[in-house]
Design a protein around this ligand. Sequence first.
Ligand code: C2O
Ligand code: CU
Ligand code: CU
Length: 461
Amino acid sequence: MFRRDLLFGGAALLGAAGLARLGSAMAPPGAQELVIQPATYQLRQQRTAGMVSLSPDAPPPVLYGRQGQEMRFTVRNTLDDYTAMHWHGLRIANAMDGVPYLTQMPIGPDEGFAYAFTPPDAGTYWYHPHCMTMEQMAHGLTGVMVIAEAEDPGFDTEQVINLRDFRLDAVDAFLPDYTARGAARGGTMGNVQTANWRQGPVYDHGAGSLVRLRVVNTDTTRIYNLYLDGGTARIIAWDGHPVTVEVPVPRAGAPLLLAPGQRVDLAVTMPVEEGRQLGLMADLPGRPPRLMAGLRAVGSGPKRDMAELKPLGRNPLSQPDLERAEMHEFVFGWTPEGNAPNDGVCGTPGYSFWSINRIPWPGDAAEGTGPLAVLERGKTHVLRLRNESPNLHPIHLHGLAFVPLRSSLRKLPPLWTDTMLLLKDEVIDIALVADNPGDWAFHCHVIEHQKTGLTGFLRVT
Ligand code: C2O
Ligand code: CU
Ligand code: CU
C-alpha cells in the first residue's frame, strides 16, 4: 500500500485536519507550547521582517531535556502555511519524528500537534520543520536541543552556538530563499553569517574555566570550516555522541568540516588572562563568534585542566555485527533525464534535479513512493553511499545512528552520527543496527537538494 492510500485512507474517516489535530486532542499535561509564528529581528542594520520563530522577536530557544526523561511539546502553527516539527538526531518513536505524510499529516494553519518522546541519548541535537522546509528554515526556524547526560560531566559553563546564514538584500529584506541555479549545483549560499542570530557575538566565560562549547550547523546550505584560534580544546562529542577515539583538534589549515545538520561539542579551557578572546573561526567573510575570558568568579579555583574531565557516559547504541550484515547501495546524483516534476506539496518547487538510486523524490504526498530499502529489524546493515556528483551532500538518516566503516577518499574516524558528509565522487560505507522500527526519512541536508529530489525513506520492519 502506498503512503498516500494509508494516510489519506485514514484521513477520509477522520477528515485530513482531524488526523493532524488528533495529537493535540491527546495533548498530555505539562507540555511546553511551541508556537510557530512570524517574527522580526535586527540581524544587520535594519529590522528584518518575515522571519519565522517561536516568539515575535527572538531566535528559537535552546530546548533542554535529560537523557531517559520524557519531553512533551505542543506545536501550534499560526502561519498561513503547513508545517511539521522534526527533532534532528533523536532516536525516538517513528510517530513523533515530524515528517509530513510519512509519520504524520502536516500541521495546517491554526492546527497543532502534540509531540511526546523520551530521548535515549544525551548530546547536542536540533529541531526544525520538515514541511515548507526552505521557507521556514531559511527564515529562521532552526533551534538547538541539548539533552543532558544522566550524570553531570562537570563543566564550569556551557555555550551553545547555532551557526547559520540569512540571505538579505541591501535593506535587510529577505532575498528569494534559493535559486534554481544554486539548487542544481552546490546550493544557494546566504550572505549574512550569524551565530545565535547575531554577527560576531562575544560570550563571556570565566578566565581559566572549563567550557563545553556546542556548535551546531543549522544552515540550509553552508559547510563551515571550523577551528578555535587559541586556547586549549578537545573534541568530546560528534553529532550528539561521545567521541571515544582520539580526534585531532581542528586548527587553521586543518579545520573541521561541519556540514548542515552536524554538531560538534568541544571542551575548551579559557585563557587565564582576563579579556583574552578566542575566535570560533569559520573561514567566513563575516565576524566570527568569540569566547572572552571574563572575570573569574570569586572563590573559583585555579585554571581548570582538561585532564580533570571525566569521559562522557556512553549512549546506548547497538554495536553492528559486521559478519552478519546485509549490504544496500545508494547512489546520489542527478535525475536521469533532466528535470522531473514533483508534486509541489510541502514546499517542493515542482521540479527535480537530484535523485537517490536514480529515483527523484516525486513529492511529499505523492503516490507510488516506496521505501528505498527495507531493513530487517534487529539486524546489522551496511549502506554503501555513493556520490556521483561533483557537489557535496550531507546525507542524513532519521531515527537511527550509524558509524562510517570506510571511505574511498579519506580516513574517517569511527564516530557515530546521523549525518554523513559525502565529498565529490566519494563512496562511504556506513553500518547500523536497525533497532528502531518505522519509516525513516533519508535525504541530503542541503535543503535545496532535498527539495529537488534528493530524498527518500528507509523502512525498518
Ligand atoms: Cu534535520 Cu530530515 O532532517
Ligand atoms: Cu533528522
Ligand atoms: Cu546534497
